[in-house]
Ligand binder design. Structure first.
Ligand code: ADP
Ligand code: MG
Length: 224
């Protein structure tokens, strides 16, 4: 237990540091992005400028993910409806799903208890998990999102995709910073998601079968 505690303390210190640096990088980054845009893409160096814009976008994505690790400063945990957050997020990703021929099906109980949460952080987790599912199904398929009350009274959200799956040998790597198998991946989505769910005193479990699909189950304590 002591070892575990030490590890978790260190992780949180590293998270704080990463978030601090991310915060400092954001302002100069915004300036660079603005000027790159101003220079336009028509001129002699148009090609370079558009590559610069793409790469700056990528830095911004990484910085954005790391910022979530910052200690919630004066953010309030408020009782919120998980189904309504889920519906919002699914709507955000609908276009990407349609392009990939992925049908998102839902099986969401209406009578769920509320969850005490930081809404934007929970949204971020759901977006990360949904995106991963869609990205795992380049050939299309059905992606099921379920929300129910567990036997223990907690709120259980399941994301069940029919994607490429994850080889058993790689399961342990999920959530390690910068672990990605994608060309344009950041490898930060799951790390940040684990951290957020931990801050919410919940749990996130990933099971997978290579070639068949992946299931991500998130459990959150219900507001009494
Ligand atoms: P990224 O999506 O930027 O690669 P993540 O932290 O979100 O970073 O995911 C890390 C890796 O975990 C992915 O690159 C992928 O290999 C694997 N992964 C996550 N979710 C799924 C999924 N639903 N199906 C298959 N592989 C997944
Ligand atoms: Mg991802």
């Amino acid at each position: 237990t002591e070892e575990l505690l030490r590890k978790s303390e260190m992780l949180s210190a590293v998270g704080q540091l990463a978030a601090g640096i991310a915060h400092e990088i954001r302002n100069p980054l915004t300036a660079l992005k603005g000027f790159t845009k101003l220079m336009g893409s028509g001129g002699q160096h148009g090609n370079y400028l558009s590559i610069m814009a793409d790469e700056l976008e990528r830095i911004e994505e990484i910085v954005g993910e790391l910022l979530v690790l910052a200690k919630p400063q004066a953010v309030d945990f408020l009782p919120k409806s998980v189904p309504s957050i889920l519906h919002d997020v699914i709507m955000l990703l609908e276009t990407q799903a349609i392009i990939s021929k992925v049908t998102i099906e839902t099986d969401i109980e209406d009578e769920l208890p509320l969850a005490s949460c930081v809404e934007n952080q929970l949204k971020q987790v759901f977006i990360n998990v949904l995106k991963n599912g869609v990205e795992a199904m380049p050939g299309g398929g059905t992606f099921l999102v379920k929300a129910e009350k567990s036997e223990r009274g907690s709120i259980r959200i399941s994301f069940i995709d029919q994607g490429c799956g994850i080889p058993e040998t790689k399961l342990a790597k999920l959530g390690q910073p910068f672990y990605t198998t994608k060309n344009k991946g950041t490898g930060l989505g799951l790390m940040v998601s684990y951290k957020i769910i931990e801050n919410h005193r919940g749990s996130m479990t990933i099971t997978s079968k290579e070639g068949f699909g992946t299931t991500v189950v998130i459990e959150l304590p219900a507001v009494p």
